[in-house]
Design a protein around this ligand. Sequence first.
Ligand code: PLP
Length: 455
Amino acid sequence: MGDQYKYLLEESKLSKTWYNINADLPVPPQPVLHPGTKEPVTPDFLSVLFPMEIIMQEISTERWIDIPEPVREIYKLWRPTPLIRAIRLEKALDTPAHIYYKYEGASPVGSHKANTAVPQAFYNMNSGVKALTTETGAGQWGSALAMACNFFNLDLEIYMVKVSYQQKPYRRIIMQNYGADIYASPSDRTQFGRSVLEKDPENNGSLGIAISEAVEVAATSEGKKKYSLGSVLNHVLMHQSIIGLEALEQMEMAGEYPDVVIACVGGGSNFGGFAFPFLHQNFTNGKKTKIVAMEPASCPTLTRGEYTFDFGDTAAMAPIVKMHTLGHTFVPPGIHAGGLRYHGMSPQISALVHNGDIEARAVHQLATFEAAVQFSKTEGIIPAPESSHAIRGAIDEALQCKETGEKKVIAFNLSGHGHFDMSAYDAYHQGNLHDYEYPQEAVADAMKGLPEVAL
Ligand SMILES: *Cc1c(COP(=O)(O)O)cnc(C)c1O
């Protein structure tokens, strides 16, 4: 009898609750500040952007939050997702380690982002909202929210970073298929977009600029439109916890428990979703799993950013939170892992890294593509360039086990497939991809724009 490859949970085992890390944070959560007054925000301020149920989840300290039945019904289209043991990769690496991965590319839009898009659309619909605005980088978040808004009959207006809008037409068409309206950002539809274009008509856009545009449209809509964010915030990471909760049960089916848990970090949602339920076991159940966050060396938020208060967006209109940041004016180099190019980080992940509960590592682009191609050749799946950062981390751990002879159990999150990133793979195969080290002067420069906060 050979080893088992796939660990599949029955649909009936789909979790009825999400896990909220706020209940177990070893350090108290820091206040969210108003971008103008720099005083702690009131739910009133947030309610311009979000429906009340989402605001309550954002600040909740309850450990378990019920998943509404209409959300569970839609989750069943692709959840529970498989946990797969990468036996062929283990053999190729000649490692004594066991490697498991949770496959979030199984969602209809090909990534974990659907896990929060569906509840966010549901809570907005439930509170009487008719339309949402959002931003998207490479288009994964936009396509997830477009699918979810369509399910709940909400209109959706998407600001897509211009360089991706031009280079990734297929994602845009997916969003249009679900009925969303998409605009290249910076656009001439907002005051902020126009101000950026006036200074620099050729501006390629950034996630921070697109967030500013989407926030401005919602904030000036007189209550007609709300805003939705695909990462960073606590309610987003909480919705994603379904990934790790399933993985815990599936590891139990496999009869093993991970020594190391790894995921990539952009704003932190797939990492938080996968790793926090394991961290909960560290905090409350005596487990000692090493928890590793993988980020790009070209956007090294956790490894080279400062842990301080900063704006969530470029225009300084979004709330100020305490997080690891490269400065809200930071413009990342054009690496292909578009989803990892954000100046900030989830405040929860930042606090846990600061406190030593999570380890952060930065990796270069070429090394991640090398890992991705090795993974494709052994396991078949073509990973998203973002997810390839986690694969690099897992392979490095497994190679270390080969050196030491340790039989570690390594589990990582494969946040999405890379079927719409083939031009990036093409560039890699043609030898046209390069590593970018983010220059220290640029780090220091962007830090000069940090807000002065009296805390
Ligand atoms: C968006 C995205 C990421 C990065 O976002 P997080 O919020 O950090 O998870 C990672 N992987 C994939 C496939 C994505 O689409």
